[in-house]
Design a protein around this ligand. Structure first.
Ligand code: FE2
Ligand code: FE2
Length: 137
């Protein structure tokens, strides 16, 4: 199970809410696997990818709006996750019958969420905080 402890929060509600929602879905997938209900993984992971993509779009809109200087780099980072997300869906489709797919899926999902989605966002935490303090975020 993953948990968003304080060091994983941006302290910006709209984005933290999105991240929590993604963490909830990841936890539902882990639970489905643990409960022997891996056939539920496909729908859950499709939902996760959809939510992740809409989160990336929301986040990019905010970063553009507040003038974050490295927005292009962060957009490119989000785009670079497309292949990984496609693979996660493929693993999820096989999860019902295949132990290796279940193990890979569980590992990939946790790394995806904690490293690729949340930790990388910490680069703009201070920038958002300063804009928010100035009433501009
Ligand atoms: Fe994010
Ligand atoms: Fe991001």
């Amino acid at each position: 199970m993953v948990e968003l402890t304080p060091s994983f929060l941006l302290e910006y509600d709209a984005l933290d809410r999105d991240h929590r929602r993604l963490a909830d879905i990841v936890n539902q997938v882990v639970k489905a696997i643990d409960d022997g209900e891996a056939e539920k993984c496909e729908d859950l992971v499709i939902g996760l990818v959809k939510s992740a993509k809409s989160h990336f779009a929301n986040e990019e809109t905010l970063l553009v709006k507040i003038g974050y200087p490295n927005v292009k780099k962060h957009q490119a980072h989000h785009r670079s996750l497309n292949t990984k997300m496609d693979h996660m869906i493929e693993f999820a489709k096989m999860a019902g019958e295949n132990q290796m797919a279940r193990d890979s899926l569980r590992k990939e999902l946790v790394f995806f969420l904690m490293d690729d989605v949340i930790t990388v966002d910490m680069e703009f935490k201070n920038f958002i905080a300063e804009k928010a303090k100035a009433g501009k975020a």
